[in-house]
Design a protein around this ligand. Structure first.
Ligand code: PGA
Length: 249
């Protein structure tokens, strides 16, 4: 059985005071939630604040990005060991906004996945096609490349720890959700790729989240799909009540 995983990606929102309020609201609202993993991913500057709030609760801390080197002359970057030091257990890797605006490639995604694993943290590797790619019939090729190249050179034991997030770019922040069937079709494709890469047992264990305008009114149907194991949530994670409603799908 795969434990469902609901993660809030706060993106570039919330200063420390706001993050504290939101994290406290979430902790209170989901304190009785069982059988589901709950993760909050604030901006780097609010990680410590949120780490204090979630300490000793059933809510975990994640970061939105990482750099693959540990230390050195890499101005502006943050390493996996620093994220671990501050209390993170999850790290989002290669979010489509990183791919679109900050030059993230499948190669850098793979380096980051490895760096995250090396520090004993769990990567959430984001994959997904743009609208133009989908309309040009390239969805399968793009998603396959994101998955295959993102996971190059990993052992079965490492693969098992990775979470994949399928986020069609056309559904992110647009209010346009993939239908449960559209999402399920791609999740099934990803699961079959995982089977090719790591074998049946590992593919059955790996969790695949859906992301893209997940809201309290569509989460249930999405989560009912056999290959959807959770949600990576942007907009609806910025309010404690809507995020808690997702956790309690
Ligand atoms: P959204 O963002 O829920 O606002 O569409 C999802 C994401 O980018 O992770």
């Amino acid at each position: 059985m795969r434990t469902p995983i609901i993660a809030g990606n706060w993106k570039l929102n919330k200063n420390r005071a706001e993050a504290e309020v939101l994290a406290k609201g979430v902790v209170e609202a989901v304190k009785d939630a069982k059988g589901v993993e709950v993760i909050l991913c604030p901006v780097f500057t609010a990680l410590e604040t949120v780490a204090r709030v979630v300490a000793g609760t059933n809510v975990k801390l994640g970061a939105q990005d990482v750099y693959w080197e540990e230390t050195g002359a890499f101005t502006g970057e943050v390493s996996g060991s620093l994220l671990k030091d501050i209390g993170c257990t999850y790290v989002i890797v290669a979010h489509s906004e990183r791919r679109q605006f900050f030059g993230e490639t499948n190669e850098t995604a793979n380096k980051k996945v490895k760096a995250v694993l090396k520090n004993g943290l769990t990567p959430i590797l984001c994959v997904g096609e743009t609208l133009a790619e989908r309309e040009a019939g390239k969805m399968e090729a793009v998603v396959s490349a994101h998955v295959r190249h993102g996971l190059v050179g990993l052992s079965v034991a490492e693969l098992e720890q990775i979470v994949i997030a399928y986020e069609p770019v056309w559904a992110i922040g647009t209010g346009k959700t993939a239908t449960p069937q559209q999402a399920q079709d791609v999740h099934a494709l990803i699961r079959s790729l995982l089977k090719e890469i790591g074998g049946e047992t590992v593919a059955a264990k790996m969790r695949i989240q859906y992301g893209g305008s997940v809201k309290p009114d569509n989460v249930k149907e999405l989560m009912a799909q056999p290959d959807i194991d959770g949600a990576l949530v942007g907009g609806a994670s910025l309010k404690a009540d809507s995020f808690a409603a997702l956790v309690k799908f």
